[in-house]
Design a protein around this ligand. Structure first.
Ligand code: G3P
Ligand code: CA
Length: 233
């Protein structure tokens, strides 16, 4: 996932989440219009096997419905209002809007199988990275979609995170901002051939820090202002 810009890539977390209903087509379009380089989104599977884009296990927080997404059919999911009249997107719908630079976070293990089935009819663009907090999900992605780059998300930056990524042959780590996220750690990741996407970039301070420690990408709810700050230097 090499890129021509010298600043870190800016991934819009669930789209332009600070301004629009998260994980909606409206949110992705807005993020790209604001200057995001790529989109981060979350995938789960409906009761009838469709890949859909939603962060939570249940639809309650982000829609006017209730219950687990895994117990709703796509037709039922499409009746829900995800904010401002937006619908929960299918993964296919999201991919049509998001472009090629997409970080697809696997929130449910069965999503890996669904992604592998989709891959047989519609290959993912080369810059897509499959990510997860779950080692099992990343392992499953390695097994079923070995050619698609993988990333391990972690709340705990450190040597163990890097080792896990290497064990999984993941080429990205996505560490949360913690004191342990240092230039030295980023250098060690790079020396091992692993790129770093740090999150959340939220204000000038941590955005500068991410750039200074050599992060390759940042993930943020505020893609417009973060891209601007990183470009200003
Ligand atoms: O980019 C990392 C981030 O997406 C992980 O947190 O809970 O927003 O999916 P979450
Ligand atoms: Ca996510």
């Amino acid at each position: 996932m090499n890129h021509p810009v010298t600043r870190p890539l800016v991934y819009a977390h669930r789209g332009a989440r600070a301004e629009e209903p998260e994980n909606t087509l409206r949110s992705y379009r807005r993020a790209l219009a604001l200057g995001a380089d790529g989109i981060e989104l979350d995938v789960r599977v409906s009761a009838d096997g469709h890949l859909v884009v939603i962060h939570d296990k249940n639809v309650d927080r982000t829609t006017d419905g209730s219950g687990p997404i895994a117990e709703l059919t796509l037709a039922e999911i499409k009746e829900l209002d995800a904010g401002q009249g937006e619908r929960i997107p299918t993964f296919d719908e999201a991919m049509e809007v998001c472009g090629d630079l997409v970080q697809v976070e696997i929130k449910a293990l069965e999503a890996v199988q669904a992604l592998a089935e989709r891959e047989r009819r519609t290959p993912l663009p080369g810059q897509v990275v499959l990510t997860s907090f779950s080692r099992t999900a990343v392992e499953e992605a390695a097994r079923l979609l070995p050619h698609v780059p993988r990333g391990l998300i972690s709340h705990h930056p450190g040597a163990e995170m890097l080792q896990s990524a290497l064990d999984l042959k993941a080429t990205w780590v996505c560490p949360e901002l913690k004191p342990e996220l240092t230039r030295e750690l980023v250098d060690r990741c790079h020396a091992a051939g692993v790129q770093v996407d740090a999150w959340p970039a939220a204000d000038r301070g941590n955005t500068r820090l991410f750039a200074d420690i050599g992060a390759d990408a940042v993930t943020t709810d505020h893609p417009g202002r973060i891209a601007e700050w990183l470009t200003e230097g």
